[in-house]
Write a protein that binds this ligand. Structure first.
Ligand code: CMC
Length: 434
C-alpha cells in the first residue's frame, strides 16, 4: 500500500480539534482512511456493525469488485482460471504462492499434497464418537480441530516451515475428512485415498467407491467438482475468512483456526446457503407454488428469504454464479437429467425472480450457491454435505489468508471495541430489596 497525497480531516461540530488522518492506496479498489490514531486522539471509536465500511487488513490474495461483478485470485479473473487455469491444485498453488506454477512446480506441489492425503488411523475413533445422523459440519468442526492433536511437529506458527507443512496437511486431508464424514453417515467403510488420481477424482473415489466393486470416475463430473472447488477457493475478507484471521491473531494453531472458519461457514447466510437453497426448492415442490413462495419472500413479517439470491458485495451479478450455471447444464446433460423436476423448478424460479421488480430493484441476483447445490445433488452428494464441500474448497483460501496474516509485520491480535448501551455503574441492592 502507498500513502496518498490526500489526507482525511475529521472535524466536530462542538469545536473539538479536527483530526487529520492518512489515506492509503491499494493497487486497485477503494482507498482506506487510517483511523488507528482516532481513539488516542479523540477518545472515540468508529461504529460499523457488519463491517460495512471497514478494511480489517491489507491483503494481496483476492480482489472483488462487487459493482463490476469481478473476482480476481492474485490478479487473474475467475472466469479465466475456471476455464483455462488448470485444475484445483493449480489454483491452490496460486493462492498460496502468488503465481501460477510452472510444470516442475506443479509436479512437486501435487506430489507434496498427495503425500499427505491420509489421516492418522486413530482419527476414525473421533468419527465413531459421533451419532450417525450428526450434521457433517459438526463432524468437520470437531475433526479438523482434532488434527492439531496429531501434528505437534507443525504447530509453531512462528516457524515458516511449520506453517507451510500445516497448510499442505490441511489442503491434503480435508477431502479425506469430508469423505469420511459422509461414509460414516451412511454406515459404509471409510475409503483410503488413492494418490494416482487427481485431487477431485480422488475425492469422488473416497466418497463413492466401496470395497465391493471398482469405482470408475466420470471426467465430466470430476471437472464439475473441480470447478466448484476453484470457484469457492477464496473470497476476500468474508465472514469465515475473517473468523480464521481473528482466531489466528491470538496465535492459535492453524487447525484450530480452520475449525473456527468451518463453524462460521456453517451459517445459512454464508456457506450454508447452498444447502438452504436446495431445501427451499424441495419445500416449494412445484412450479405452481412459486407465486405463493415469492409472495412470502416479499412479506417482511414472514422471515422467508430467497436462498441462493443476494450478496453483500456483488450488486450486479456474481461471476461465480455464471460459471456454475454453465457447469449445471453440462452435468445435467451428461447425466441425462435435463428434465429433472427440481432443476426445472430452479430455472422457473430464477426466471421469475430475475424479472420481478422486488428483486431487480434490490439488485438481488442468483449467487454461486443457487446453482452449486443443484450440481452437487446431481453428482450424488447429499444436501447435508454441501457446506462441507464448500469448506473443503475454502480451506486453501483460509490457510493462504492465515499465512499472509502471520507474516504481516502490522499483524496484531484482533480486538474490536463497542458502543456500550447497557446499565451504567450501579450498586448491588441487598437481597430483600431485589
Ligand atoms: N431474499 C429476499 N430478500 C432479500 C434477500 C433474499 N435472499 N437478500 C436480501 N434481501 C433484501 C433484504 O430484505 C433487504 O430489503 P429491504 O431493503 O427492503 O429491507 C435488501 O434485500 C438488502 O438486503 P441486506 O440484508 O441489507 O443485504 P446484505 O448485503 O446484508 O445480505 C446476504 C447479503 C447474502 C446475507 C443476503 O442477500 C441473504 O441472506 N441471501 C440469502 C442467503 C445466501 O444466498 N447467501 C449466500 C451468499 S454467497 C456465498 C457466500 O459468499 O457465502
Amino acid at each position: 500500500m502507498t500513502n496518498s497525497e490526500t489526507k482525511a480531516t475529521l472535524s466536530f461540530s462542538d469545536g473539538s480539534p479536527a483530526l487529520e488522518m492518512p489515506i492509503y492506496k491499494g493497487s486497485i479498489g477503494p482507498d482506506v482512511i487510517d483511523i488507528r490514531k482516532l481513539y488516542g486522539a479523540t477518545g472515540m471509536f468508529t461504529y460499523d456493525p457488519g463491517f460495512m465500511s471497514t478494511a480489517a487488513c491489507n491483503s494481496s490474495i483476492t480482489y472483488i469488485d462487487g459493482d463490476k461483478g469481478e473476482l480476481l485470485y492474485r490478479g487473474y479473473p475467475i472466469e479465466q482460471l475456471a476455464v483455462n487455469g488448470g485444475d484445483f491444485l493449480e489454483t491452490c498453488y496460486l493462492l498460496l504462492n502468488g503465481e501460477l506454477p510452472n510444470a516442475d512446480q506443479k509436479k512437486e506441489f501435487v506430489a507434496t499434497v498427495t503425500n499427505h492425503t491420509m489421516v492418522h488411523e486413530q482419527m476414525q475413533f473421533f468419527f465413531r464418537g459421533f451419532r450417525r445422523d450428526a450434521h457433517p459440519m459438526s463432524v468437520l468442526v470437531g475433526t479438523v480441530g482434532a488434527l492439531a492433536s496429531f501434528y505437534h511437529d507443525s504447530l509453531d506458527i512462528n516457524d515458516p516451515h511449520h506453517r507451510e507443512v500445516s497448510a499442505i496437511r490441511l489442503i491434503a486431508k480435508m477431502p479425506t475428512l469430508v469423505a469420511m464424514a459422509y461414509k460414516y453417515s451412511i454406515g459404509q467403510p471409510f475409503v483410503y485415498p488413492r494418490n494416482d488420481l487427481s485431487y477431485s477424482a480422488n475425492f469422488m473415489h473416497m466418497m463413492f467407491s466401496t470395497p465391493c466393486e471398482p469405482y470408475k470416475t466420470n471426467e465430466v463430473l470430476v471437472r464439475a467438482l473441480d470447478r466448484i472447488l476453484i470457484l469457492h477457493a477464496d473470497h476476500e475478507q468474508n465472514a469465515s475468512t475473517s473468523t480464521v484471521r481473528l482466531a489466528g491473531s491470538s496465535g492459535a494453531n492453524p487447525f484450530a483456526c480452520i475449525a473456527a472458519g468451518i463453524a462460521c461457514l456453517w451459517g445459512p447466510a454464508h456457506g450454508g446457503a447452498n444447502e438452504a437453497a436446495l431445501s427451499m426448492l424441495e419445500e416449494i415442490g412445484s412450479v405452481d407454488n412459486i407465486p405463493h413462495f415469492i409472495a412470502q419472500v416479499k412479506d417482511k413479517n414472514s422471515g422467508v428469504k430467497l436462498m441462493g439470491f443476494g450478496h453483500r458485495v456483488y450488486k450486479n451479478y456474481d461471476p461465480r454464479a455464471k460459471l456454475m450455471r454453465e457447469t449445471c447444464y453440462e452435468v445435467l446433460q451428461e447425466l441425462g437429467l435435463q428434465d429433472d423436476p427440481l432443476f426445472k423448478l430452479a430455472m422457473a424460479l430464477e426466471k421469475i425472480a430475475l424479472e420481478d421488480e422486488y428483486f431487480v430493484s434490490r439488485k438481488l441476483y442468483p449467487n454461486v450457491d443457487f446453482y452449486s447445490g443443484i450440481v452437487q445433488r446431481a453428482l450424488g452428494i447429499p444436501t447435508a454435505l454441501f457446506t462441507g464441500i464448500f469448506a473443503l474448497a475454502r480451506t486453501v483460501g483460509w490457510i493462504a489468508q492465515w499465512k499472509e496474516m502471520i507474516s504481516d509485520p502490522e499483524q496484531k491480535i484482533g480486538r474490536p471495541r463497542q458502543l456500550f448501551v447497557g446499565a451504567a455503574k450501579r450498586d448491588v441492592p441487598p437481597i430483600d430489596k431485589r
